[in-house]
Design a protein around this ligand. Structure first.
Ligand code: GLU
Length: 292
């Protein structure tokens, strides 16, 4: 079976050189292996995603000369699929609602840190410090009925007890040069958020479901997502989904060595295009050879 790659941008800003590198690398690898390249729009965050950014993704990819196979999959069109997966995890007793607001969580962590450092996930966010897991079924039902916002969190201890040891095949490398067979460390994330009251999914959940539904066999993406793969492997296992192989690539950095952000004007593809830079120049700028 030919491999299936995907480029999965979020339309919460304009694409920059980092996206161009990821998209071109996916396209090059698909071409070189006789595989397919799919496009997925990761737009579950309705507060930050906008139709004009989605439109710009199509324009920028076309300008770069990247064509994708088949229909574009837009995550916001598939919320029911994610809801059903949450229900399956919930039926296994692996999900609980947590009602603390972000501000309450920050306060709880600050309190705990007066005594000792509180664990943080690989992105630097504190592990969930609240009491959601201990609430009775009656209390949960009462708070939900009262309309209190909540996040549905994965009971990591219970999930790990079910899953045991997991690993993934890495053809690229992680932030510390990790490559080959990588032992997943989902516990590093604590009780991750799987969905929210107003959004029936999360990045982690949608990405594993979509990769499976789209038949993706090779995930090629930035090294900033390397350790997220631990959570992805766990969810794949819990939901009975196949595991693709992974190729995490270096991030394109700005002159000061910082990761590019959506607002980095100087590295925005639209700005570069307007300044007369060609798609071939972009390949050179991100360190890819002229053609495969
Ligand atoms: N949507 C994510 C982003 O824009 C990429 C997700 C992925 O490749 O797994 O950073």
């Amino acid at each position: 079976m030919p491999p299936v790659f995907r480029f999965a941008p979020s339309p919460n800003g304009y694409l920059h050189l980092g996206h161009a590198f990821s998209a071109l690398l996916n396209a090059d690898l698909a071409l070189a292996s006789g595989g397919r390249l799919l496009l997925r729009i990761e737009d579950i965050d309705r507060t930050r995603c906008r139709p004009e950014f989605e439109q710009a993704i199509y324009e920028d990819l076309a300008w770069l000369g990247i064509a994708w196979d088949g229909e574009v999959r837009r995550q916001s069109d598939h919320l029911e699929v994610y809801r059903e997966a949450v229900a399956r995890l919930s039926a296994k007793g692996l999900i609980y609602p947590a009602f603390e607001s972000r501000a309450e969580i920050a306060r709880l962590v600050a309190d705990k840190e007066t005594v000792a450092p509180w664990p943080r996930d690989p992105d630097g966010a504190p592990h969930y410090p609240g009491i959601g897991k201990q609430l009775s079924a009656e209390k949960r039902a009462e708070l939900i009925a009262a309309g209190v916002p909540y996040a549905l969190r994965l009971d990591m201890a219970a999930a790990l007890a079910l899953a045991g040891e997991l690993s993934w095949q890495e053809f690229g490398c992680g932030p510390e040069g990790e490559t080959g067979s990588i032992a997943a460390r989902p516990e590093a994330w604590g009780d991750v958020i799987i969905a929210r009251k107003e959004t029936p999914t999360s990045y982690h959940l949608s990405v594993v479901i979509d990769d499976a539904l789209q038949g993706v066999t090779e995930v090629v993406r930035g090294a900033d997502l390397f350790w997220s793969t631990s959570v992805h492997r766990l969810l794949q296992h819990l939901l009975g989904l196949p595991a693709p192989v992974y190729r995490h690539h270096d991030l394109v950095r700005d002159a000061e060595g910082r990761k590019l952000s959506k607002s980095t004007g100087a590295t925005g593809l639209r700005e570069l295009r307007a300044a007369g830079v060609s798609p071939l120049d972009i390949r050179t700028m991100v360190g890819l050879a002229a053609a495969v």
